[in-house]
Design a protein around this ligand. Sequence first.
Ligand SMILES: Nc1nc2c(c(=O)[nH]1)N[C@H]1C(S)=C(S)[C@@H](COP(=O)(O)OP(=O)(O)OC[C@H]3O[C@@H](n4cnc5c(=O)[nH]c(N)nc54)[C@H](O)[C@@H]3O)O[C@H]1N2
Ligand SMILES: Nc1nc2c(c(=O)[nH]1)N[C@H]1C(S)=C(S)[C@@H](COP(=O)(O)OP(=O)(O)OC[C@H]3O[C@@H](n4cnc5c(=O)[nH]c(N)nc54)[C@H](O)[C@@H]3O)O[C@H]1N2
Ligand SMILES: [Mo]
Length: 813
Amino acid sequence: MTNSWTDIKNADVVLIMGGNAAEAHPCGFKWVTEAKHHNKARLVVVDPRFTRSAAVADYYCPIRPGTDTAYLLGVINYLLTENKVHKDYVAHYTNASFIVRGDYAFDEGEGLYSGYNADRRAYDRTSWEYEFGEDGFARRDLSMTHPRSVFQLLKKHVARYTPETVERITGAPRDKFLQVCEYIGSTGNGERSMTIMYALGWTQHTHGSQNIRTAAMIQLLLGNQGVPGGGVNALRGHSNVQGLTDIGVLAHLTPGYLGMPRDAEGNFDGHMAARDFRPLLPDQTSFWQNYKKFYVSLLKAMYGTNATPENDFGFDWLPKIDKVYDTLQIFERVHNGEVNGFICQGFNPLMSVPNKAKMSAGLSKLKFLVTMDPLMTDTAEFWKNHGEANPVDSAAIQTEVFVLPTNCFAEDEGSFTNSSRTLNWRWKAAEPPGNARHDAQVIAELFQRIRKLYEDEGGTAPEPILNIDWQYADPMYPQPDELLRELNGKALTDIPDASDPTKKQYSAGQQLASFGHLKDDGSTMAACWIYTGSYTEAGNITARRDNADPSGLGVHPNWGFAWPANRRVLYNRASADPQGRPWSERKRYLEWDGTKWVGPDVPDYGATVNPNRDVGPFIMNPEGVSRLFARKLMAEGPFPEHYEPFESPVANVLHPNTSANPTARVFQGDLEAFGTSDAFPYVATTYRLVEHFHWWTKTAKLNAIVQPEFFVEINPALAAEKGISNGDWVRVSSNRGSVKGKAVVTKRIPELKVDGKTVHVVGMPLHYGFVGETKVAIGVNALTPYVGDANTNTPEYKAFLVNIERSDAPSVA
Ligand SMILES: Nc1nc2c(c(=O)[nH]1)N[C@H]1C(S)=C(S)[C@@H](COP(=O)(O)OP(=O)(O)OC[C@H]3O[C@@H](n4cnc5c(=O)[nH]c(N)nc54)[C@H](O)[C@@H]3O)O[C@H]1N2
Ligand SMILES: Nc1nc2c(c(=O)[nH]1)N[C@H]1C(S)=C(S)[C@@H](COP(=O)(O)OP(=O)(O)OC[C@H]3O[C@@H](n4cnc5c(=O)[nH]c(N)nc54)[C@H](O)[C@@H]3O)O[C@H]1N2
Ligand SMILES: [Mo]
C-alpha cells in the first residue's frame, strides 16, 4: 500500500476493483466502513460478481474478467476530455511535461509499440525514452502542449477508449461506466480524495501489471497520490507476504528490493554500472544513489568479516541469475525433468499453481520432494491415488517424499509486515505440538549439515556456504529477535559524528537508527535497509502498541514500525503544492513552515529542503516526478494498452492481430494448451471465500462445517440454457482438465453483453482439494492455464475459458 489501512478512513471515494476486501480482508475493510460513516465516502465496486463488498457498496458495476485495463483507460479518457484532472499536480509532480523521443511510436492498427521482435516476444525498448538536452537533462514543456509531450501523447493514446468502446470490450453498461467515472472524477481537485483497493482481480492476468499502472496513472492525474485518503493500495495476501517480498524471497531480488546479481553483469562494478541513478532533472534527490551503501551493508550482514573491500564484500559469492526463476519458470523446469529435488516450505503447489496435470507430471519426475508444513498437504500426497480427485498411478511414481512437520504461524514469534508496510511483532500463542519444529530450526540444521559436507568434502564453489556469517547464540536455532536485529543492522566500527568528528555517532556494535546512516565502506551492516529503524538501541520498535492518533488522520506513529523510516503515507510531500502549502484545508497533511516540513507523518523528502529549490516529491525516481509514461520499465509498453486474456471469448476489437499481450510469459509447450471459444465458450474466474484460507483450513473441522464443499456459480440464464438446476452436479472443463462440483445458480453473477455477444461467467472458489475435512475435490487449478504476466509472471488465474455441463458425482477413492 502507498497509504495505510488506517488512512482509508480519510477517503471521499473508495474504489474496490480487482479485489473483494469484505471477503478477503474483512479486518481491514472496517476502515472503509469508517470512511463511509465519518466522511460520507462513496464505495464503488467493479467486479464480475456482485460480491460481499458490492453488497455494502453505494454503486456496483459489472465487468468481464480480464478487461480492466480497457476500463481504466476509458476512465483516463473521461478525465482528460471532461477536464477532471488536477492540472497543477499533473504539471509539477508527473512527467506529463516531458518530451518523448521522436522515434517512439505506437501502431494503433497492430497494437504494438516501436521495437517489437516477434521471435523473441520482446521489445527493444530504446525508443521508449525522453528527449535529452545538451546539459544531459530531460527536455520539458511545462505548458504540456508540445505534440510529443507525455500529456499530448497520452491524450491521443487513450482517445480510442470512448465509453462505447469500453462497453464493447468490457461488457460494463455505458451508463454504469459513466457513473463510476463521475464518482472518480469528483476527486481531482485537492479537496476530495479517492483510495483504490485492489488485489488479485488485477494482478492475476497476463497484463496484470498494466492494470495497476493504469490505476496509478488515474491517481496521478487526479492528484490522489501522497495525500490522505488517496493512494494505490495493494491488499496483500498471506499475513506476512509483504515481509516476504521485503526481505528478498522473490527470485530476482535481494532484501530491500535491491537487484539480484545477473550473469551478464559480471562483477560488483558491472552490477553498479547496469544501474543508472543519475538525476534526470537538475537538483533531484534520486534516492537510489545510495544503492551501494545498502548493498555493501547487506553483504556485510551475510558474510561478516569475510566481506572486505578487496573481495567486493563477497559480491561474487552471491548466485548470478540468467533469467528470473519465478514459479512458472521453476515448475517448467521441474516438468522438463531438469530439477532433482524440491523443498516446499509452507507451499502447496499441486493445488496453488496452474495446470494440475502438468504439475503432477512434473512432481513425478523429481527424485525427492520435501514439505515443511504443520499440515499434511495435497502436494505431499500427490503420489496417492484419490480416484477422480487425484487420478495417479502410484506404483509408477518413484519420487521420495519427506514430510517435515513445522510450527504453524501462531506457534512462532517474530515480526509480520502487513499491507500497510507496518512491521508488528507477534508473540506465539502456543508451542508447536509433537515432533513439529520451528522453521528456523529446520533451516539452521539443514544449513549446518550442508556446511559440514562442504568442510569435509570441498566441492565446487564452497565459498558462498563456508563464508556465511552465522553469529547466533544457538547456531541450531537463530532466534526471531536476533534475526530482526540483523535485518535492522548495526555499526561494525565506531562511527564519528559527521558534524563533530570529536564525537561518536555510533560505537561499534550499536544498532542503527536509520538507513540514512548506512555506509558503503564496510563499517555498517544491515540485512534489509528498509527495515533499519525497526530494532534500534531503543529496543524492538515493532513491538510498540501505542494506538494514539494525535492528528486524527489515522497516523499512529507509535504503533509498530512502518518502512521506510516509519512513514505511513508514501510520497507525502505531494500533499502540498509546489510552494509547500496544503492543496486544501480539508486534505492538509504536510506543509512547509518556512524552515522545515511539518505534519503528522515523517516527510517523504528532505526535512529541511526548501520548496523553492524545485526538488520533486517522487524522490526514488531520477526525474523527481512520477511517471505517466513509464519509459523502458514495463515489458509491454510505456503506456498501458488493452490486451485480451490468453483465452478469451472475443478477439481484441482494437487490434485483432495482437489480441493478447505480445510479451506475456508463455512456454512453447503450452501454446497448444490454450482452448478456444468454440469448444469452451464461457469465461471462468476463481476466488476466495471468507470462511477458508487457501488450502489449509479445509483441514479444520469448523471451517469445513461452514463451507463444506466445492461449488460452481453460474447465472440463471446460463443454467436455463444448460438445463442445470441449483444443487445439480456439473462438470467444468478447460483445455487442460476438468473439475466437478455442485451448481449454485445465482443472480450474483451478471450476464454480460460484449460486442453484441452474450458472455457468461463461471465462478469457482479455490479452497478445495483431496486432503482434509472438506468434501474431496479435484482442485480448481486443474483448469487454469500456464501463462503469466509479462513483468511479474503472475499466472492468469482470473480469466480463462471453460465449458460446463450436467454430470454425475465424482468417483473418489
Ligand atoms: N478468507 C480469506 N482471506 C484471504 C485469503 C483466503 O484464502 N481466504 N487469501 C489471502 C491472499 S494470499 C490473497 S493474495 C488475498 C486476495 O484477495 P482478493 O484478490 O480480494 O481475493 P479473490 O477472491 O481472489 O479475488 C477478488 C475478486 O476479484 C474478482 N475478479 C476476478 N477477475 C476479475 C477481473 O478481471 N477484474 C476485476 N475487476 N475483478 C475480478 C473476483 O470476482 C473476486 O471477487 O486474500 C487474502 N485473504
Ligand atoms: N486458481 C487460483 N489459484 C491461486 C490463486 C487464485 O486466486 N486462483 N491465488 C494464488 C495466491 S495469491 C496464493 S498466495 C497462492 C497460495 O498458495 P500456497 O501458498 O501454496 O497455499 P497455502 O494453502 O496458503 O499454503 C500455505 C501452507 O503453509 C502452511 N503453514 C502455515 N503456517 C506455517 C508456518 O509457520 N511454517 C510453515 N513451514 N508452513 C506454514 C500451511 O499449513 C499451508 O499448507 O495460491 C495461488 N493460487
Ligand atoms: Mo496471495
